[in-house]
Unconditional design. Structure first.
Length: 512
Protein backbone atom coordinates (compact mmCIF):
# COMPACT_ATOMS: atom_id res chain seq x y z
CA UNK A 1 0.00 0.00 0.00
CA UNK A 2 1.44 3.39 -0.98
CA UNK A 3 1.49 6.46 1.33
CA UNK A 4 -1.33 8.17 -0.56
CA UNK A 5 -3.66 5.19 -0.07
CA UNK A 6 -2.70 4.98 3.59
CA UNK A 7 -3.43 8.69 4.06
CA UNK A 8 -6.79 8.33 2.33
CA UNK A 9 -7.75 5.40 4.56
CA UNK A 10 -6.82 7.34 7.68
CA UNK A 11 -8.83 10.38 6.56
CA UNK A 12 -11.83 8.13 5.87
CA UNK A 13 -11.43 6.62 9.31
CA UNK A 14 -11.55 10.07 10.93
CA UNK A 15 -14.59 10.98 8.86
CA UNK A 16 -16.39 7.81 9.84
CA UNK A 17 -15.53 8.41 13.48
CA UNK A 18 -17.14 11.86 13.35
CA UNK A 19 -20.08 10.57 11.35
CA UNK A 20 -20.93 7.96 13.99
CA UNK A 21 -21.15 10.29 16.96
CA UNK A 22 -24.23 8.31 18.04
CA UNK A 23 -22.02 5.27 18.69
CA UNK A 24 -19.89 7.41 20.99
CA UNK A 25 -22.99 8.66 22.80
CA UNK A 26 -24.26 5.08 23.22
CA UNK A 27 -20.92 4.06 24.72
CA UNK A 28 -21.02 6.96 27.17
CA UNK A 29 -24.56 6.06 28.19
CA UNK A 30 -23.52 2.42 28.69
CA UNK A 31 -26.14 0.65 26.61
CA UNK A 32 -26.58 -2.94 27.87
CA UNK A 33 -27.53 -6.22 26.21
CA UNK A 34 -27.84 -9.57 27.97
CA UNK A 35 -25.49 -12.33 26.86
CA UNK A 36 -27.09 -15.13 24.88
CA UNK A 37 -27.15 -18.63 26.44
CA UNK A 38 -24.27 -19.77 24.20
CA UNK A 39 -22.22 -16.68 25.04
CA UNK A 40 -22.73 -17.33 28.75
CA UNK A 41 -21.60 -20.92 28.23
CA UNK A 42 -18.31 -19.74 26.74
CA UNK A 43 -17.61 -17.77 29.91
CA UNK A 44 -17.92 -20.82 32.15
CA UNK A 45 -14.65 -21.62 34.00
CA UNK A 46 -14.05 -24.94 32.22
CA UNK A 47 -15.32 -23.72 28.84
CA UNK A 48 -13.44 -20.46 28.29
CA UNK A 49 -13.01 -20.62 24.52
CA UNK A 50 -11.25 -18.32 22.06
CA UNK A 51 -11.08 -18.08 18.29
CA UNK A 52 -7.70 -17.51 16.66
CA UNK A 53 -7.65 -16.28 13.05
CA UNK A 54 -4.21 -16.11 11.44
CA UNK A 55 -4.08 -13.93 8.32
CA UNK A 56 -1.03 -14.19 6.08
CA UNK A 57 -0.51 -11.05 3.99
CA UNK A 58 1.46 -10.55 0.78
CA UNK A 59 2.84 -7.20 1.93
CA UNK A 60 4.18 -5.51 5.04
CA UNK A 61 1.27 -4.59 7.37
CA UNK A 62 0.84 -0.90 8.17
CA UNK A 63 -0.63 -0.60 11.71
CA UNK A 64 -1.92 2.95 11.06
CA UNK A 65 -3.90 1.78 8.04
CA UNK A 66 -5.28 -1.19 10.00
CA UNK A 67 -6.47 1.11 12.79
CA UNK A 68 -8.10 3.47 10.32
CA UNK A 69 -9.87 0.54 8.68
CA UNK A 70 -11.04 -0.85 12.02
CA UNK A 71 -12.66 2.50 12.82
CA UNK A 72 -14.62 2.27 9.59
CA UNK A 73 -15.88 -1.29 10.02
CA UNK A 74 -15.22 -3.34 13.13
CA UNK A 75 -15.77 -0.48 15.56
CA UNK A 76 -19.24 0.07 14.12
CA UNK A 77 -20.29 -3.36 15.33
CA UNK A 78 -21.78 -3.24 18.85
CA UNK A 79 -20.13 -6.46 19.97
CA UNK A 80 -16.63 -5.16 19.24
CA UNK A 81 -17.26 -1.97 21.19
CA UNK A 82 -18.80 -3.66 24.24
CA UNK A 83 -17.27 -5.15 27.35
CA UNK A 84 -18.61 -7.86 29.63
CA UNK A 85 -20.07 -6.70 32.95
CA UNK A 86 -21.29 -8.91 35.78
CA UNK A 87 -24.22 -7.79 37.92
CA UNK A 88 -24.18 -9.64 41.25
CA UNK A 89 -27.10 -7.71 42.66
CA UNK A 90 -30.28 -9.67 43.24
CA UNK A 91 -30.81 -13.40 43.57
CA UNK A 92 -29.20 -14.35 40.26
CA UNK A 93 -25.94 -13.20 38.73
CA UNK A 94 -26.50 -11.50 35.40
CA UNK A 95 -23.96 -10.93 32.64
CA UNK A 96 -24.29 -8.15 30.09
CA UNK A 97 -22.60 -6.63 27.10
CA UNK A 98 -22.12 -2.93 27.88
CA UNK A 99 -21.11 -0.35 25.28
CA UNK A 100 -17.84 1.36 26.08
CA UNK A 101 -15.24 3.66 24.57
CA UNK A 102 -12.61 1.65 22.68
CA UNK A 103 -8.96 2.63 22.70
CA UNK A 104 -7.55 0.91 19.62
CA UNK A 105 -4.05 1.04 21.06
CA UNK A 106 -5.25 -1.52 23.64
CA UNK A 107 -6.42 -3.88 20.91
CA UNK A 108 -3.90 -3.50 18.09
CA UNK A 109 -0.63 -4.96 19.39
CA UNK A 110 2.51 -4.40 17.32
CA UNK A 111 5.57 -6.02 18.95
CA UNK A 112 8.98 -4.69 17.98
CA UNK A 113 10.49 -7.56 15.99
CA UNK A 114 13.75 -8.21 14.19
CA UNK A 115 12.77 -8.63 10.50
CA UNK A 116 15.95 -10.65 9.94
CA UNK A 117 15.40 -13.09 12.80
CA UNK A 118 16.32 -16.74 12.51
CA UNK A 119 13.40 -19.17 12.01
CA UNK A 120 10.54 -16.65 11.62
CA UNK A 121 8.04 -19.46 11.04
CA UNK A 122 8.94 -21.02 14.38
CA UNK A 123 8.71 -17.59 16.01
CA UNK A 124 5.17 -17.04 14.71
CA UNK A 125 4.16 -20.53 15.85
CA UNK A 126 5.65 -19.90 19.32
CA UNK A 127 4.04 -16.45 19.51
CA UNK A 128 0.58 -17.84 18.75
CA UNK A 129 1.08 -20.65 21.26
CA UNK A 130 1.96 -18.05 23.89
CA UNK A 131 -1.31 -16.23 23.13
CA UNK A 132 -3.21 -19.32 24.31
CA UNK A 133 -1.69 -18.90 27.77
CA UNK A 134 -2.85 -15.29 28.12
CA UNK A 135 -6.33 -14.47 29.42
CA UNK A 136 -8.13 -11.36 28.22
CA UNK A 137 -9.09 -8.40 30.38
CA UNK A 138 -12.90 -8.31 30.64
CA UNK A 139 -12.78 -4.60 31.44
CA UNK A 140 -12.24 -4.11 27.69
CA UNK A 141 -13.93 -5.59 24.59
CA UNK A 142 -12.77 -9.17 24.20
CA UNK A 143 -10.77 -8.98 20.99
CA UNK A 144 -7.32 -8.00 19.81
CA UNK A 145 -5.17 -8.17 16.70
CA UNK A 146 -1.43 -8.79 16.75
CA UNK A 147 0.61 -7.52 13.81
CA UNK A 148 3.78 -9.54 13.17
CA UNK A 149 5.84 -7.94 10.42
CA UNK A 150 8.14 -10.87 9.78
CA UNK A 151 8.50 -12.80 6.54
CA UNK A 152 7.52 -16.46 6.76
CA UNK A 153 7.50 -19.23 4.17
CA UNK A 154 3.91 -18.45 3.20
CA UNK A 155 3.57 -14.69 3.78
CA UNK A 156 5.39 -11.36 3.99
CA UNK A 157 3.65 -10.53 7.29
CA UNK A 158 1.10 -12.09 9.63
CA UNK A 159 -1.89 -10.67 11.46
CA UNK A 160 -3.41 -12.68 14.31
CA UNK A 161 -6.95 -12.02 15.54
CA UNK A 162 -7.74 -13.30 19.02
CA UNK A 163 -11.46 -13.14 19.78
CA UNK A 164 -13.42 -14.57 22.68
CA UNK A 165 -15.87 -17.20 21.44
CA UNK A 166 -18.73 -15.55 23.31
CA UNK A 167 -18.61 -12.75 20.73
CA UNK A 168 -19.72 -15.05 17.93
CA UNK A 169 -19.20 -18.35 16.15
CA UNK A 170 -16.99 -19.05 13.16
CA UNK A 171 -19.66 -18.20 10.60
CA UNK A 172 -20.57 -14.81 12.07
CA UNK A 173 -16.92 -13.87 12.62
CA UNK A 174 -15.93 -14.96 9.11
CA UNK A 175 -18.85 -12.92 7.77
CA UNK A 176 -17.67 -9.88 9.67
CA UNK A 177 -14.13 -10.42 8.43
CA UNK A 178 -15.42 -10.54 4.86
CA UNK A 179 -17.29 -7.29 5.50
CA UNK A 180 -13.90 -5.79 6.43
CA UNK A 181 -12.30 -6.89 3.15
CA UNK A 182 -12.68 -6.14 -0.54
CA UNK A 183 -11.81 -7.95 -3.75
CA UNK A 184 -8.22 -7.17 -4.68
CA UNK A 185 -9.15 -6.72 -8.34
CA UNK A 186 -12.19 -4.56 -7.46
CA UNK A 187 -11.61 -2.64 -4.19
CA UNK A 188 -15.19 -1.35 -4.09
CA UNK A 189 -16.78 -4.83 -4.02
CA UNK A 190 -17.34 -7.28 -1.19
CA UNK A 191 -15.86 -10.76 -1.72
CA UNK A 192 -18.14 -13.53 -2.90
CA UNK A 193 -18.36 -17.00 -1.41
CA UNK A 194 -19.93 -20.25 -2.62
CA UNK A 195 -23.55 -20.77 -1.63
CA UNK A 196 -24.04 -23.87 0.51
CA UNK A 197 -27.34 -25.50 -0.26
CA UNK A 198 -29.48 -26.80 2.55
CA UNK A 199 -31.25 -30.10 2.49
CA UNK A 200 -34.84 -29.33 1.65
CA UNK A 201 -37.79 -30.07 -0.54
CA UNK A 202 -37.42 -30.15 -4.30
CA UNK A 203 -39.98 -29.86 -7.01
CA UNK A 204 -40.69 -33.11 -8.71
CA UNK A 205 -42.46 -34.19 -11.83
CA UNK A 206 -43.74 -37.35 -10.15
CA UNK A 207 -47.40 -37.95 -9.47
CA UNK A 208 -49.02 -36.83 -6.23
CA UNK A 209 -49.19 -40.29 -4.62
CA UNK A 210 -45.49 -40.98 -5.17
CA UNK A 211 -44.57 -37.51 -3.88
CA UNK A 212 -46.61 -38.03 -0.69
CA UNK A 213 -45.01 -41.45 -0.19
CA UNK A 214 -41.51 -39.94 -0.51
CA UNK A 215 -42.35 -37.17 1.97
CA UNK A 216 -43.70 -39.67 4.52
CA UNK A 217 -40.73 -42.00 4.01
CA UNK A 218 -38.21 -39.17 4.36
CA UNK A 219 -39.95 -37.85 7.47
CA UNK A 220 -39.85 -41.34 8.99
CA UNK A 221 -36.12 -41.65 8.30
CA UNK A 222 -35.48 -38.20 9.80
CA UNK A 223 -37.42 -39.05 12.95
CA UNK A 224 -35.63 -42.40 13.32
CA UNK A 225 -32.18 -40.92 12.70
CA UNK A 226 -32.84 -38.04 15.07
CA UNK A 227 -33.99 -40.41 17.81
CA UNK A 228 -30.88 -42.59 17.44
CA UNK A 229 -28.57 -39.56 17.31
CA UNK A 230 -30.07 -38.01 20.44
CA UNK A 231 -29.82 -41.30 22.32
CA UNK A 232 -26.14 -41.50 21.36
CA UNK A 233 -25.61 -37.85 22.31
CA UNK A 234 -27.17 -38.36 25.74
CA UNK A 235 -25.21 -41.59 26.22
CA UNK A 236 -22.01 -39.70 25.37
CA UNK A 237 -22.97 -37.04 27.88
CA UNK A 238 -23.44 -39.66 30.59
CA UNK A 239 -20.99 -42.53 30.00
CA UNK A 240 -20.13 -43.42 26.38
CA UNK A 241 -16.46 -42.61 25.70
CA UNK A 242 -14.16 -43.01 22.74
CA UNK A 243 -11.40 -45.51 23.41
CA UNK A 244 -8.14 -44.11 24.69
CA UNK A 245 -6.06 -43.26 21.65
CA UNK A 246 -2.95 -41.20 20.73
CA UNK A 247 -4.91 -38.07 19.76
CA UNK A 248 -7.32 -38.00 22.71
CA UNK A 249 -6.54 -35.54 25.48
CA UNK A 250 -6.69 -36.33 29.16
CA UNK A 251 -8.63 -34.47 31.82
CA UNK A 252 -7.72 -30.80 31.95
CA UNK A 253 -6.56 -30.60 28.32
CA UNK A 254 -8.67 -27.47 27.81
CA UNK A 255 -6.34 -25.57 30.14
CA UNK A 256 -3.15 -26.59 28.35
CA UNK A 257 -1.37 -24.31 25.82
CA UNK A 258 -2.13 -25.07 22.18
CA UNK A 259 -0.04 -24.83 19.05
CA UNK A 260 -1.37 -23.91 15.61
CA UNK A 261 0.06 -25.22 12.36
CA UNK A 262 -1.34 -25.03 8.86
CA UNK A 263 -0.79 -26.40 5.38
CA UNK A 264 -2.10 -25.14 2.03
CA UNK A 265 -3.34 -27.75 -0.44
CA UNK A 266 -4.85 -27.45 -3.90
CA UNK A 267 -8.56 -26.80 -4.17
CA UNK A 268 -8.39 -28.22 -7.71
CA UNK A 269 -7.50 -31.65 -6.30
CA UNK A 270 -10.49 -31.53 -3.95
CA UNK A 271 -12.81 -30.44 -6.78
CA UNK A 272 -11.45 -33.27 -8.94
CA UNK A 273 -12.44 -35.81 -6.30
CA UNK A 274 -15.76 -34.08 -5.68
CA UNK A 275 -16.76 -34.21 -9.34
CA UNK A 276 -15.37 -37.68 -10.04
CA UNK A 277 -17.19 -39.26 -7.08
CA UNK A 278 -20.34 -37.10 -7.29
CA UNK A 279 -19.96 -35.89 -3.71
CA UNK A 280 -19.55 -32.57 -1.91
CA UNK A 281 -16.41 -30.74 -0.86
CA UNK A 282 -17.29 -31.59 2.74
CA UNK A 283 -17.47 -35.30 1.87
CA UNK A 284 -14.01 -35.13 0.31
CA UNK A 285 -12.26 -33.31 3.14
CA UNK A 286 -13.81 -35.62 5.74
CA UNK A 287 -12.69 -38.62 3.72
CA UNK A 288 -9.18 -37.17 3.44
CA UNK A 289 -9.18 -36.51 7.19
CA UNK A 290 -10.13 -40.11 7.93
CA UNK A 291 -7.37 -41.35 5.63
CA UNK A 292 -4.78 -39.03 7.18
CA UNK A 293 -5.72 -39.94 10.74
CA UNK A 294 -5.57 -43.63 9.82
CA UNK A 295 -2.00 -43.20 8.57
CA UNK A 296 -0.99 -41.19 11.62
CA UNK A 297 -2.59 -43.55 14.15
CA UNK A 298 -1.21 -46.64 12.37
CA UNK A 299 2.26 -45.21 12.92
CA UNK A 300 1.52 -44.32 16.55
CA UNK A 301 0.06 -47.72 17.43
CA UNK A 302 2.80 -49.68 15.68
CA UNK A 303 5.74 -49.94 18.07
CA UNK A 304 8.12 -51.23 15.38
CA UNK A 305 5.89 -50.92 12.36
CA UNK A 306 7.01 -49.38 9.10
CA UNK A 307 5.17 -46.09 8.92
CA UNK A 308 5.71 -45.85 5.15
CA UNK A 309 4.07 -49.17 4.27
CA UNK A 310 0.48 -48.14 4.84
CA UNK A 311 -1.28 -49.73 1.91
CA UNK A 312 -0.23 -53.35 1.98
CA UNK A 313 1.43 -53.59 5.38
CA UNK A 314 -0.21 -55.18 8.40
CA UNK A 315 -2.37 -52.70 10.23
CA UNK A 316 -1.41 -51.88 13.79
CA UNK A 317 -4.75 -50.16 14.41
CA UNK A 318 -7.08 -51.75 16.97
CA UNK A 319 -10.22 -53.31 15.58
CA UNK A 320 -13.59 -51.61 16.05
CA UNK A 321 -12.07 -48.30 17.08
CA UNK A 322 -14.62 -45.87 18.49
CA UNK A 323 -13.25 -42.52 17.41
CA UNK A 324 -15.66 -39.65 16.92
CA UNK A 325 -15.44 -36.01 15.98
CA UNK A 326 -17.56 -33.32 17.57
CA UNK A 327 -18.62 -31.04 14.73
CA UNK A 328 -20.08 -27.58 15.18
CA UNK A 329 -22.92 -26.95 12.73
CA UNK A 330 -24.31 -23.59 11.64
CA UNK A 331 -28.09 -23.70 12.25
CA UNK A 332 -28.95 -20.28 10.82
CA UNK A 333 -31.77 -20.14 8.28
CA UNK A 334 -29.42 -18.71 5.65
CA UNK A 335 -27.66 -21.16 3.37
CA UNK A 336 -24.30 -19.39 3.30
CA UNK A 337 -22.31 -16.47 4.67
CA UNK A 338 -22.62 -14.12 1.70
CA UNK A 339 -25.88 -12.62 2.99
CA UNK A 340 -24.41 -12.39 6.48
CA UNK A 341 -21.34 -10.55 5.19
CA UNK A 342 -23.60 -7.97 3.59
CA UNK A 343 -25.58 -7.63 6.81
CA UNK A 344 -22.45 -7.33 8.93
CA UNK A 345 -21.45 -4.40 6.80
CA UNK A 346 -24.63 -2.79 8.17
CA UNK A 347 -23.94 -4.04 11.69
CA UNK A 348 -25.92 -1.29 13.41
CA UNK A 349 -29.03 -2.28 11.50
CA UNK A 350 -31.41 -4.32 13.64
CA UNK A 351 -32.03 -6.76 10.80
CA UNK A 352 -28.42 -7.96 11.14
CA UNK A 353 -28.89 -9.12 14.73
CA UNK A 354 -30.52 -12.41 13.79
CA UNK A 355 -27.36 -13.44 11.95
CA UNK A 356 -24.86 -12.57 14.67
CA UNK A 357 -23.76 -14.60 17.67
CA UNK A 358 -23.42 -18.33 18.33
CA UNK A 359 -26.08 -20.06 16.24
CA UNK A 360 -24.52 -23.50 16.51
CA UNK A 361 -25.42 -27.06 17.32
CA UNK A 362 -23.31 -30.19 17.73
CA UNK A 363 -23.26 -33.43 15.83
CA UNK A 364 -21.14 -36.46 16.75
CA UNK A 365 -19.66 -38.06 13.64
CA UNK A 366 -17.96 -41.48 13.78
CA UNK A 367 -14.62 -41.62 11.95
CA UNK A 368 -13.61 -44.72 10.02
CA UNK A 369 -10.04 -45.29 11.21
CA UNK A 370 -8.59 -48.23 9.29
CA UNK A 371 -6.25 -49.02 6.41
CA UNK A 372 -8.33 -49.39 3.26
CA UNK A 373 -7.20 -51.35 0.21
CA UNK A 374 -9.14 -48.91 -1.95
CA UNK A 375 -8.34 -45.29 -0.92
CA UNK A 376 -11.68 -44.12 -2.36
CA UNK A 377 -13.47 -46.03 0.41
CA UNK A 378 -12.52 -43.25 2.83
CA UNK A 379 -14.64 -40.79 0.87
CA UNK A 380 -17.45 -43.29 0.31
CA UNK A 381 -17.67 -43.93 4.05
CA UNK A 382 -17.56 -40.23 4.84
CA UNK A 383 -20.33 -39.52 2.34
CA UNK A 384 -22.53 -42.27 3.79
CA UNK A 385 -22.12 -40.91 7.33
CA UNK A 386 -22.74 -37.31 6.30
CA UNK A 387 -25.76 -38.20 4.16
CA UNK A 388 -27.26 -39.89 7.17
CA UNK A 389 -26.57 -36.88 9.39
CA UNK A 390 -28.27 -34.62 6.85
CA UNK A 391 -31.46 -36.57 7.50
CA UNK A 392 -31.41 -35.77 11.22
CA UNK A 393 -32.26 -32.82 13.44
CA UNK A 394 -29.38 -33.61 15.80
CA UNK A 395 -27.71 -30.20 15.46
CA UNK A 396 -30.91 -28.24 16.02
CA UNK A 397 -32.02 -30.38 18.95
CA UNK A 398 -28.65 -30.21 20.71
CA UNK A 399 -28.90 -26.43 20.53
CA UNK A 400 -32.47 -26.45 21.86
CA UNK A 401 -31.62 -28.94 24.62
CA UNK A 402 -28.65 -26.84 25.68
CA UNK A 403 -30.84 -23.77 26.04
CA UNK A 404 -33.49 -25.76 27.93
CA UNK A 405 -30.94 -27.25 30.37
CA UNK A 406 -29.44 -23.80 30.88
CA UNK A 407 -32.86 -22.38 31.72
CA UNK A 408 -33.67 -25.20 34.16
CA UNK A 409 -30.31 -26.01 35.78
CA UNK A 410 -28.12 -22.98 35.20
CA UNK A 411 -24.82 -22.28 33.47
CA UNK A 412 -22.58 -24.47 35.66
CA UNK A 413 -24.54 -27.66 35.02
CA UNK A 414 -24.90 -26.90 31.32
CA UNK A 415 -21.18 -26.23 30.94
CA UNK A 416 -20.40 -29.45 32.82
CA UNK A 417 -22.62 -31.55 30.54
CA UNK A 418 -21.34 -30.01 27.30
CA UNK A 419 -17.80 -30.44 28.60
CA UNK A 420 -18.49 -34.15 29.18
CA UNK A 421 -19.77 -34.62 25.64
CA UNK A 422 -16.68 -33.07 24.09
CA UNK A 423 -14.20 -34.73 26.44
CA UNK A 424 -15.73 -38.14 25.64
CA UNK A 425 -14.98 -37.65 21.92
CA UNK A 426 -11.54 -37.63 20.29
CA UNK A 427 -11.34 -34.44 18.25
CA UNK A 428 -13.18 -31.36 16.98
CA UNK A 429 -13.72 -30.75 13.29
CA UNK A 430 -14.83 -27.68 11.39
CA UNK A 431 -15.12 -26.51 7.79
CA UNK A 432 -15.89 -22.94 6.72
CA UNK A 433 -16.13 -21.70 3.14
CA UNK A 434 -14.13 -18.63 2.23
CA UNK A 435 -13.86 -16.14 -0.63
CA UNK A 436 -13.68 -17.28 -4.22
CA UNK A 437 -11.36 -14.43 -5.20
CA UNK A 438 -8.26 -12.90 -3.66
CA UNK A 439 -9.19 -10.29 -1.07
CA UNK A 440 -7.44 -7.45 0.70
CA UNK A 441 -7.67 -6.59 4.38
CA UNK A 442 -7.74 -2.79 4.45
CA UNK A 443 -5.58 -2.69 1.34
CA UNK A 444 -3.28 -5.56 2.35
CA UNK A 445 -3.61 -8.52 -0.10
CA UNK A 446 -4.22 -11.77 1.77
CA UNK A 447 -2.21 -14.90 1.02
CA UNK A 448 -4.10 -17.26 3.34
CA UNK A 449 -6.66 -17.47 6.16
CA UNK A 450 -6.03 -19.95 8.98
CA UNK A 451 -8.72 -19.83 11.70
CA UNK A 452 -8.97 -22.18 14.67
CA UNK A 453 -10.22 -22.37 18.25
CA UNK A 454 -8.94 -23.37 21.67
CA UNK A 455 -10.24 -23.72 25.23
CA UNK A 456 -12.45 -26.78 24.67
CA UNK A 457 -11.60 -30.20 26.17
CA UNK A 458 -9.97 -31.79 23.11
CA UNK A 459 -6.31 -32.14 22.21
CA UNK A 460 -6.90 -31.92 18.45
CA UNK A 461 -8.99 -29.57 16.36
CA UNK A 462 -8.92 -29.90 12.57
CA UNK A 463 -10.23 -26.95 10.61
CA UNK A 464 -10.54 -26.63 6.83
CA UNK A 465 -10.76 -23.13 5.36
CA UNK A 466 -11.17 -22.50 1.64
CA UNK A 467 -9.68 -19.40 0.02
CA UNK A 468 -9.45 -18.75 -3.72
CA UNK A 469 -7.95 -21.86 -5.29
CA UNK A 470 -6.52 -23.11 -2.00
CA UNK A 471 -7.74 -25.14 0.92
CA UNK A 472 -5.96 -24.42 4.19
CA UNK A 473 -5.76 -27.20 6.77
CA UNK A 474 -5.35 -25.79 10.27
CA UNK A 475 -4.50 -27.91 13.30
CA UNK A 476 -4.76 -26.80 16.91
CA UNK A 477 -2.98 -29.34 19.11
CA UNK A 478 -1.89 -29.95 22.64
CA UNK A 479 1.85 -30.50 22.05
CA UNK A 480 2.04 -32.91 24.98
CA UNK A 481 -0.45 -35.18 23.21
CA UNK A 482 0.52 -34.47 19.60
CA UNK A 483 4.15 -33.28 19.56
CA UNK A 484 4.50 -33.95 15.82
CA UNK A 485 1.66 -31.88 14.36
CA UNK A 486 3.59 -31.22 11.15
CA UNK A 487 3.79 -34.98 10.53
CA UNK A 488 0.01 -35.18 10.90
CA UNK A 489 -0.23 -32.41 8.28
CA UNK A 490 2.05 -34.50 6.04
CA UNK A 491 -0.26 -37.49 6.47
CA UNK A 492 -3.32 -35.42 5.56
CA UNK A 493 -1.62 -33.97 2.48
CA UNK A 494 -0.23 -37.34 1.42
CA UNK A 495 -3.66 -38.94 1.81
CA UNK A 496 -5.17 -36.38 -0.56
CA UNK A 497 -2.47 -37.25 -3.10
CA UNK A 498 -3.06 -41.00 -2.73
CA UNK A 499 -6.84 -40.64 -3.18
CA UNK A 500 -6.35 -38.31 -6.13
CA UNK A 501 -3.97 -40.79 -7.81
CA UNK A 502 -6.53 -43.54 -7.28
CA UNK A 503 -9.12 -41.46 -9.16
CA UNK A 504 -6.70 -40.69 -11.98
CA UNK A 505 -5.70 -44.35 -12.35
CA UNK A 506 -9.34 -45.48 -12.34
CA UNK A 507 -10.08 -43.02 -15.16
CA UNK A 508 -7.11 -44.28 -17.16
CA UNK A 509 -8.25 -47.88 -16.66
CA UNK A 510 -11.71 -46.93 -17.91
CA UNK A 511 -10.27 -45.27 -21.00
CA UNK A 512 -7.95 -48.19 -21.76
Amino acid sequence: MNPEEASTSQEQGVAIGLEHQTDYDMAINGEKEALSPAARLFHAPNFNCYIIAIIGCKTHIDPAVIKAGLRQTLMKHPRFSSKVVVDDQGKRKRIYWKRTIVNLDDHVIVPNLDPNMDSPDQFVEDYNAHLTTMSMDISKPLWEIHILNVKTVDAEAVGVFKIHHSMGDGVSLMSLLLACTRKTNNPSTLPSVPVQKRVGSRTSGSNGFWWIFKVIWTATIIIFNTLIDMIMFIATMLFLKDIKNPIKGASGVEQKPKRFVHRMISMDDIKLLKNAMNTTVNDVILGVTQAGLSRYLHRKYGENGNGDDLTHGKSSLPKNVRLRAAILVNIRPTAGIQELAELMGEANDKKAKWGWGNWIGYILLPFNVSLQDDPLDYIRTAKANIDRKKLSFEAILTNICGRFILYLLGIKTTAYLVHRVLSNTSLAFSNVVGPLEEISFYGHPIEYLAPSVYGHPQALTIHFQSYCEKMIIVLAVDPEVIPDAHILLDDLQDSLGIIRNAIVHSKLDTMA
